[in-house]
Design a protein around this ligand. Structure first.
Ligand SMILES: NC(=O)c1ccc[n+]([C@@H]2O[C@H](COP(=O)([O-])OP(=O)(O)OC[C@H]3O[C@@H](n4cnc5c(N)ncnc54)[C@H](O)[C@@H]3O)[C@@H](O)[C@H]2O)c1
Length: 460
């Protein structure tokens, strides 16, 4: 059977995919590309990662990845060893594959506008090697119409082929969350918005057999592009709601988590209310930018939207709010921040990940550094190099040295390792009546207080 899943009957695509003869090229082998590539390889598919960064390609071919996601290192090592996963900088490798999944980055520009330069470059390089039968799936988060009005014309012009006639083209947003990425990739339904019905069916067949998940087929790529933005706008706004509830509860001396848990038992619109948890801030590569994509989109059609600005503004206040809580807690104990030792536990933007991209912890650390206090920083997930993007304070490799003689422990990422150390042991290392500021609300207040700390969470 010649290469290519597009243009075949459903039965043929089904056979091709089920027989795992489909090679899958994954363009952009960063965070998302590595997770997708490693999981597909682990489920039996021959995967070729294509990236412009030689260092990424070299790492993968040596069975390594710098992407700190639980379980990912093992998947990469195993699948490279048995020859199912490899990487290259050469787009020519596309020729040997049936599906091409594109996951290059889409950062924000200086005016909060989406930058799609990497998408353009990838489409250009891909177009040069595109052959009839290929199915191209774009997964990067993009403004609506990018697939149809940017990617499609480049692919068609460069290859001389037609989308929906000679090759398949679809947008399938990636909706997994870091920290649970491997599980979520094989459990969350995939939204498919394709340029034609055959492309949509080829994608649905791939996701069913490759990942074991259902597809939600929407009318066109632009609808699928909007779905991703709607999901992330919902998350950012929902966290902003939780954060403002936390601020009120702090003032009124109530437990915001109790309020939220009880509020979430009310059914509404067929599902229970689902207010998320307050925290010391929102970071990472998606939630900090995707609401701005929506804002920018509104502006492009003459609309002044309030929601994206509101969610971003509220969430961006949280690092400073957290710092304010810390200074108040110390003041209540007759201590000044500038003469205190503060032990910061966790600097990644999310629990149980080593990802420091756009982490809100950076702003708390900036305020701490400005205050002149003595700071120690411990994060078992973050490399020394990565930590330098967050703070000038070098990482303390062990938690005991970090906590020794501290006046305050400030948990900015609630990594599981911190929960494995007995609280009484940590309290014994810190000063008496040490403050415990739980910026992720990931500890049990009663247990922390019982160990001898003075507990405070965000909104509790
Ligand atoms: N990180 C997440 O949790 C997440 C979740 C859902 C969706 N997304 C979206 O997925 C996309 C990728 O995100 P990421 O976190 O993996 O980004 P990333 O920066 O980690 O990875 C992007 C990769 O693309 C490579 N690249 C850039 N230009 C290229 C080109 N022309 N050809 C080949 N490779 C090229 C880069 O070298 C890099 O390795 C973004 O649009 C993001 O918004 C990310």
């Amino acid at each position: 059977m010649a290469r290519g899943a597009f243009g075949r009957s459903d039965v043929e695509v089904d056979l091709l995919v089920r027989g795992m003869r489909s090679g899958i090229a994954v363009v952009g082998f960063g965070y998302i590309g590595t997770v997708i590539g490693a999981v597909l390889a682990d489920r039996g598919w021959p995967v070729t990662g294509i990236d412009v960064r030689q260092s990424v390609v070299d790492d993968i071919n040596q069975g390594r990845t710098s992407v700190a996601e639980p379980g990912l290192g093992e998947l990469v090592a195993y699948n490279v060893r048995i020859g199912r996963l490899r990487a290259t900088t050469d787009f020519g490798a596309i020729a040997d594959n049936d599906f091409v999944i594109v996951n290059v980055g889409t950062p924000l520009g200086p005016d909060y506008e989406p930058i799609v330069d990497d998408i353009k470059a990838a489409a250009q390089a891909l177009g040069e090697h595109l052959q009839p039968g290929h199915v191209v799936i774009l997964k990067s988060t993009v403004p609506p119409d990018t697939t149809e009005t940017l990617v499609r014309p480049i692919l068609e012009e460069v290859s001389g082929l037609r989308a929906g006639v000679d090759f398949g083209l679809a947008f399938c947003p990636e909706r997994l969350a870091e920290g649970q990425a491997i599980h979520e990739l094989t459990s969350i339904p995939v939204v498919v918005g394709a340029v034609d019905e055959r492309s949509a069916r080829a994608c649905a067949t791939l996701w069913r057999h490759a990942l074991g998940v259902d597809s939600v087929i929407v009318e066109d790529p632009r609808t699928a592009e909007m779905v991703k933005l709607a999901d992330n706008l919902w998350v950012d706004l929902n966290v902003a709601l939780a954060n403002e509830l936390a601020k009120i509860c702090d003032r009124l001396d109530m437990d915001a988590l109790q309020v939220i848990e009880a509020a979430n038992t009310m059914p509404k619109g067929g599902n229970p209310v689902n207010i998320l948890r307050p925290s010391m801030g929102v970071g990472g590569y998606c939630l900090t930018k995707d609401p701005w994509f929506v804002n920018h989109l509104g502006e492009s059609v003459g609309l002044e939207l309030s929601i994206p600005r509101t969610s971003r503004t509220v969430n961006d206040t949280m690092p400073e709010y957290t710092y304010g809580l810390l200074t108040q807690l110390l003041a209540d104990r007759g201590k000044a921040i500038e003469t205190s030792k503060i032990a910061v536990l966790g600097i990644a933007f999310k629990n149980n990940t080593g990802d420091c991209r756009l982490t809100p912890t950076k702003y708390v650390l900036e305020l701490l550094e400005k205050s002149g206090c003595l700071i120690s920083v411990h994060d078992p997930w973050v490399s020394d190099d990565e930590a330098q993007s967050v703070t000038t304070v070098p990482l303390t490799p062990d938690i005991d040295s970090a906590v020794k003689d501290a006046d305050a422990l400030v948990v900015l990422a609630g990594h599981r390792e911190f929960h494995h150390v007995p609280l009484a042991h940590l309290a014994g290392l810190a000063t008496g009546g040490c403050v415990f500021l739980d910026g992720r609300n990931s500890f049990d207040p009663a247990a922390v207080n019982a160990a001898g700390f003075v507990y405070k969470g965000i909104g509790r």
